[in-house]
Design a protein around this ligand. Structure first.
Ligand code: PLP
Length: 385
């Protein structure tokens, strides 16, 4: 359905219809010049050959420096595996940790690829709904109740796509205490780390040595440096898991793109420029988030107040069974379809995110699109009866 809505929106745009899209999953910023310049340099220097499967030593060292400086985590380059985007790192992580029949606990709402990745590794996703009163974050007792003899891993995603929830250090410590009593791997997806407006990022791997041993930290260049198309993600893990991921990748895809790896070293190593870009992007997203929630407050809709990432989930539960222009809304997908057809606003229905009563709006869009799109959204709501 997600693809259907985006494909339909694209088709409408191509035929000249003005569509405001809140469907984007990537920052609408150009990759900073100092990074693209490094890519040009890589080409001039002939950095066009195979690299070690797990990534160049320079990039793995730069990632170790980043994890130490930002997350208080000490890894050796042999514990880092660079892959074709964080999604590939997640795939490697599930393949390395799960055997056929193992269960992976996936708090819902979740990013829609986790269940599929778990299944591709032969595992079974076990969904645990999180609750509004807990800020849509998994609690220790919910985790405990989901554990079975087959539990092998927990998926954590902070900041979360789609809810924008950000786990605090205390919340992670409380989950870590459960995991120390009943060890399981933690696949910790931290890709939105730098886009937090309320709270601070903490990696569960930093909670204790035991958790660091059990956790695969997944992060990458895509969201932080507006580099979604470059396909560079990475995983940090204990040596056994890192070497399993690296050897699997060496047979499946070999190294990630050599030019993108070279540019990623520049992205991470030039801390001053990185900070400048991140501050600017963060400021823009923070302002857009505020604008979006202010308008949503004005519309009186129920939504999840995001702490991070660039999405806001709006509840469409109260419209179920109602009609717009003679079409009955029976699902979030129906709602999104009608919104696109009549208001020319594209949003993502959240059935695939384990949240069938919600739609997801991305505020990776200009302020004028946020204003005009949410105005049209508000007008659409008045036509539902
Ligand atoms: N993890 C989450 C939560 C995401 O939202 C995304 C992309 O949308 C990814 C991972 C994938 O990142 P990448 O583009 O580096 O593969």
């Amino acid at each position: 359905m997600t693809l259907e809505i985006t494909a339909r929106a694209k088709k409408m745009k191509a035929s000249g219809v003005r569509v405001v899209s809140f469907a984007s999953g990537e920052p609408d910023f150009d990759t900073p010049d100092y990074i693209t310049e490094a890519a040009h340099r890589a080409l001039d220097l002939g950095i066009t050959k195979y690299t070690p499967a797990a990534g160049t030593v320079e990039l793995r060292e730069a990632i170790c420096n980043k994890l130490r400086a930002d997350n208080g985590l000490n890894y050796d380059p042999s514990q880092i595996v660079v892959s074709n985007g964080a999604k590939h790192s997640l795939f490697n992580a599930f393949m390395a940790t799960l055997d056929v029949g193992d269960e992976a606990i996936v708090p819902a709402p979740y990013w829609l690829s986790y269940p599929e990745l778990v299944k591709m590794a032969g595992g079974t996703p076990v969904f645990v709904p999180t609750r509004a009163e807990n800020g849509f974050k998994l609690t220790p007792s919910e985790l405990e109740r989901a554990i079975t003899p087959k539990t092998k891993a927990l998926v954590l995603n902070s900041p979360n796509n789609p809810t924008g929830a950000v786990y605090s250090r205390d919340e992670l410590d409380a989950l870590a205490a459960v995991i120390e009593r009943r060890p399981m791997y933690v696949i910790s997806d931290e890709i939105y780390e730098k886009l937090i407006y309320d709270g601070e990022h903490c990696s569960i791997a930093a909670c204790s040595d035991a958790l660091k041993q059990l956790t695969v930290v997944v992060n990458g260049m895509s969201k932080t440096y507006a580099m979604t198309g470059w396909r560079i993600g990475y995983a940090a893990a204990n040596k056994t898991l890192a070497s399993a991921m690296s050897s699997m990748q060496s047979h499946a895809t070999s190294n990630a793109n050599s030019i993108a790896q070279y540019a990623s070293v520049a992205a991470l190593a030039d801390v001053t420029r990185a900070d400048g870009f991140l501050r600017r992007m963060h400021g823009v997203f923070a302002a857009r988030k505020q604008l979006a929630v202010d308008i949503l407050d004005g519309l009186g809709v129920e939504y999840i107040r995001p702490q991070g990432a660039f999405y806001v989930m709006v509840s469409v539960k109260k419209y179920m069974g109602m009609s717009v222009d003679g079409n009955v809304i029976r699902s979030a997908a129906d709602f999104a379809g009608a919104l696109l057809d009549t208001a020319k606003v594209a949003v993502i229905p959240c059935e695939g995110f384990g949240a069938p009563d919600y739609i997801r709006l991305s505020y990776a869009a200009s302020e004028s699109d946020i204003k005009s799109g949410l105005d049209a959204f508000g007008e659409f709501l008045t036509r539902i009866h």
